[in-house]
Design a protein around this ligand. Structure first.
Ligand SMILES: Nc1nc2c(ncn2[C@@H]2O[C@H](COP(=O)(O)OP(=O)(O)O)[C@@H](O)[C@H]2O)c(=O)[nH]1
Ligand SMILES: [Mg+2]
Length: 316
């Protein structure tokens, strides 16, 4: 079969990018085929490192990703970039701009850049992103960069699946305060003050360092690195920090702990998504419609009805 996940995966492993694109579209769309692919990819995962890049729009995430691609390529390793836009169900203009920012690598067959949006995937991006990352891992990319557009709860949830998370801010008060409010400070393993060619770098650094002092971080203290990504300045230092953090995770055993927490979280989300679907099924059953009318007329209270509903959920 032409679009069979197994065959596509085999071909993608032989550097067939058209097959890889089809695989990621399957993941995006969700459904039975996506499930089949997710299972296959899980068992075929390789040692792949996932680096999340997050921060406000315009901070320079794509430009930094472009520089990081160069760093990985210097080491003769292949790299994939997933650009995720939670605010848009379809790949919007922001992502188009991202591609332009990374255009320098468009003729390099060792670089794969892909934007992703939620379509039908059960559980939304929070589940679709780790699934896509696993497909890229199974295909054999040793590095995957995950760029999220925007600052919010969904972004936090998405980069939670990354091994190392880079939070990009720009000079000036606004950014770092916004990042703090959005909960990005807590998930940052590395801070990058990009656009360090602008005024206010020292104040921003002070902001971040103060916030770091107030948080009870474990033994890893996130470095604060200044960069001018558009010129490539400081990008090598960012990549070195990623490598240091990777070493730290491995040597401290923290990496394994995080992996466990992440997998259990993912499992929980999958179960929740399945139960949600089941609730919708039960609610749309004509039998239940009658009960709903009773609820409306005050003949049954919502708690009693809920107990009935829970009973129905687990009847195959
Ligand atoms: N002055 C300056 N501009 C930069 C720097 N890095 C990126 N830019 C520019 O900032 C704009 C937004 O960058 P982009 O990477 O698309 O940001 P993203 O939305 O976070 O992905 C682009 O016009 C970049 O060329 C920098 O270090 N200094
Ligand atoms: Mg971008």
């Amino acid at each position: 079969m032409k679009n069979d996940p197994k065959e596509l995966l085999d071909r993608a492993k032989q550097s067939n990018r058209v097959s890889l694109a089809k695989l990621l579209s399957i993941t995006e769309r969700g459904g039975e085929k996506a499930l089949q692919l997710t299972k296959l990819a899980f068992y075929q995962q390789k040692d792949s490192y996932l680096v999340g890049i997050t921060g406000a729009p315009g901070a320079g995430k794509s430009t930094l990703a472009n520089g990081l691609i160069t760093e990985v390529r210097k080491r003769a390793l292949e790299v994939a970039v997933l650009a995720v836009d939670p605010s848009s169900p379809f790949s919007g203009g922001a992502i188009l701009g991202d591609r332009v920012r990374m255009q320098g690598h468009s003729s390099d067959s060792g670089v794969y850049i892909r934007s992703m949006a939620t379509r039908g995937h059960l559980g939304g991006l929070a589940l679709a992103v780790p699934d896509a990352a696993r497909v890229l891992s199974a295909v054999g990319f040793p590095y995957v960069l995950l760029e999220t557009v925007g600052v919010g709860q969904v972004e936090v949830e998405i980069v939670e699946s990354a091994d190392t998370t880079i939070v990009v801010v720009t000079p000036g008060w606004g950014d770092s305060v916004q990042a703090n409010k959005a909960g990005l400070m807590e998930i940052a393993d590395i801070f990058v003050i990009n656009k360090a060619d602008r005024d206010g770098v020292r104040d921003t650094r002070r902001d971040i360092e103060t916030m770091l002092e107030m948080s009870d971080k474990n033994s890893w203290i996130p470095p604060v690195i200044e960069s001018v990504a558009s010129k490539g300045d400081g990008v090598d230092e960012v990549f070195e920090a990623v490598c240091s953090h990777r070493n730290y995770l491995q040597e401290s055993g923290q990496g394994l702990k995080i992996k466990e927490i992440r997998l259990v979280n993912e499992l929980k989300k999958i179960v929740e998504a399945q139960i949600d679907m089941r609730i919708d099924q039960v609610l749309s059953d004509p039998k239940f419609h009658l009960q709903q009318q009773k609820l409306m007329q005050g003949e049954i209270d919502p708690y009693t009805l809920a107990t009935e509903l829970v009973g129905l959920l687990f009847q195959n």
